[in-house]
Ligand binder design. Structure first.
Ligand SMILES: NC(=O)c1ccc[n+]([C@@H]2O[C@H](COP(=O)([O-])OP(=O)(O)OC[C@H]3O[C@@H](n4cnc5c(N)ncnc54)[C@H](OP(=O)(O)O)[C@@H]3O)[C@@H](O)[C@H]2O)c1
Length: 311
């Protein structure tokens, strides 16, 4: 009897070890596989490929625009400020004289999609990056600290606008397939306190991607849909700290995000050190995780209050 129990325990242990090794191998493979971005740089009816990056006048979106242009895409740029977009378009044209760029001004918080759809009409759009987004001002607070309009504008920017844009542009992306959609998610949607409706909007966008990725398979459309979960990235409009391992600059982050294209996951942490942070967070017992989250966010709120007082 004792021998049977020992053998059973050994068997269970072996299975658990094989399962863990398999999980680690699958995790590492995500970051070792080469990117399949080149799949989407193709002509359709003789027309060259275009990428559309929302919120490309600054931060991560601007880095996407440069990176996609360097990988052979023409890029449609978007933001609220025509002056910022015109300057960026000039910079891109100087850096990539063989690429074409166009600018589209549209307020995402008002879900202004008509301007975008008509500006992209007739282009061979094969890549859509839903990047425009961000927190409210101040970034950290209780939901009751914001007005109804502030909450609605922020939810529109981070959730409703990307959903409506997808609904308007999906027929074009299907027509031009193979094509790619990336939504910018946030690891804050793990439940970081003081960011309630921003996190809720990002979670909406993540589930939208996950479900749409299944829709595409169900319908047999060659449209890859991916939500890139993101931790801290610096060099943006609101984060200006010196880059470090867990807070890469926008260029490093975007290269990592585009390297994940074709990895087969609908939701993926784009940048490897952020993925390690996510694994550590997943492994923490709930009560400890809550304490860590609360301490980190209390400090961030204090830091933001200090900065606002000094400005
Ligand atoms: N940086 C991070 O640590 C981090 C972490 C997790 C997730 N993310 C996500 O990554 C994405 C990019 O963030 P970022 O840090 O690069 O932000 P950013 O530097 O503030 O850039 C935001 C971009 O979105 C545009 N935008 C903002 N509100 C808009 C509106 N109402 N209508 C049209 N365009 C609008 C901005 O255009 P204007 O030039 O007109 O302002 C700008 O081009 C966001 O979805 C954000 O939630 C960032």
């Amino acid at each position: 009897m004792r021998e049977i129990i020992v053998n059973l325990l050994l068997g269970v242990g072996l299975l658990a070890a094989i399962n863990s090794l398999f999980q680690v191998a699958c995790f590492l493979l995500i970051y070792l596989r080469p990117s399949k971005l080149h799949r989407y740089r193709h002509t359709t009816a003789g027309k060259p490929a275009w990428a559309f990056v929302t919120g490309s006048s600054d931060g991560i979106g601007k880095a996407y625009a440069f990176e996609l242009a360097s990988r052979g895409f023409n890029v449609a740029l978007h933001g609220r400020s025509s002056a910022k977009l015109a300057k960026l378009s000039e910079e891109l044209t100087a850096a990539f004289p063989n690429r074409s760029f166009k600018t589209i001004v549209a307020d995402a918080s008002q879900c202004a999609t008509d301007e975008i759809v008509s500006a992209l009409q007739g282009h061979n759009l094969t890549v859509l990056i839903n990047n425009a987004g961000g927190g409210p001002v101040p970034s950290f607070g209780m939901v009751s600290d914001y007005t109804e309009k502030e909450i609605m504008d922020n939810v529109n920017l981070n959730a409703t606008f990307p959903a409506l844009l997808l609904s308007r542009l999906l027929p074009t992306l299907v027509c031009n397939a193979p094509s790619l959609v990336i939504n910018m998610g946030s690891m804050a949607d793990n439940g970081l306190p003081l960011m309630s409706f921003y996190n809720g909007s990002k979670a909406f966008s993540r589930i939208l991607c996950q479900t749409m990725a299944n829709d595409m398979v169900l319908e047999g459309h060659a449209v890859e849909v991916m939500c890139v979960q993101t931790g801290g990235v610096t060099g943006t409009s609101h984060i200006k700290i010196k880059p470090d391992l867990f807070n890469p600059d926008t260029r490093t982050f975007v290269k990592a995000a585009l390297a994940r294209v074709g990895c087969g996951r609908a939701v993926v942490v784009g940048y490897f050190p952020h993925a390690l942070q996510q694994v550590m967070s997943d492994m923490m017992p709930g009560i400890i995780k809550q304490k860590v989250f609360i301490n980190v966010m209390k400090q961030r709120r204090e830091g933001e209050r200090e900065r606002m007082k000094n400005n």
